[in-house]
Design a protein around this ligand. Sequence first.
Ligand code: GLU
Length: 297
Amino acid sequence: MPQVYTGRFAPSPTGLLHAGSLVAALASWLDARAHGGRWYLRIEDVDTPRCVPGADQAILQQLADCGLVPDGPVVWQSQRADAYADALQTLVTKGWAYPCSCSRKDIESAQTVARHSAAVYPGTCRDGLGGKPARAWRLNVWAVQNALALPALTHWSDRRLGPQQQNVNEEVGDFVLRRADGLWAYQLAVVVDDAAQGITHVVRGQDLADNTARQVVLQHALGLPTPHYLHTPLVLGTNGEKLSKQNGAMALDLHNPHAALNALNTAAQVLGLSPTTEHSVQQALQQWVTQHSTQGC
Ligand code: GLU
């Protein structure tokens, strides 16, 4: 039986939606609607120190004000610890995850290559902790690739950016699954939840594209399917970087229908769609279908 298109929007409640995050929300909704699929919401609140109390409900209200209403129950990652623990246990049992005692300073002083200013983990604790206490848990990327006969270069295809590849082992290293502070890492949570929610199509901001190869490796390690990916253009802040609270993003006030329509039109333009009136959602969907085919992905 063919899989039913299932998409999602997965905001982190570290603040309200702004012009940049609405682009990803709208794109994921449009893509689901254009495929006659389902669209779900997941609140990614694993990084509790960065979460703003009440932002989750406020985001749901902002989305509802834009007419973006999920087709099923909302999932909160803070309620999914058991599923993440099971996944980690599966990896530990296979010998593909190991405890790490390194501090950030240890990693920086041992590293030779830097990428996006994040240190490449040099594999210090792969063969044991040397008597030091365990802090984080990491995926042994090489062990997974070797056991499953996966190539060193992870290939994946983006519906907008085209073919992509990354040598996760060399460019990132053994990445964290559970952090030293006990919190679940984004990579593990997102892979477990995309599978649990039956997500077939991930549509999200381009700033996250760089995480995809890691997620593909983790999907293989956990025996989970790899969804189709589409990374949407970013809205840039005044400093030329991705729009965020730090560079001037304003929380969108979408209470009145006019404000919501304006914000949606601005987001639609970032996606290369022409402005619409409230009666022409159909037109936006048609344009979207023309621009984004899933064929060949
Ligand atoms: N929670 C992430 C964010 O708000 C999105 C993660 C994802 O879509 O994979 O940036």
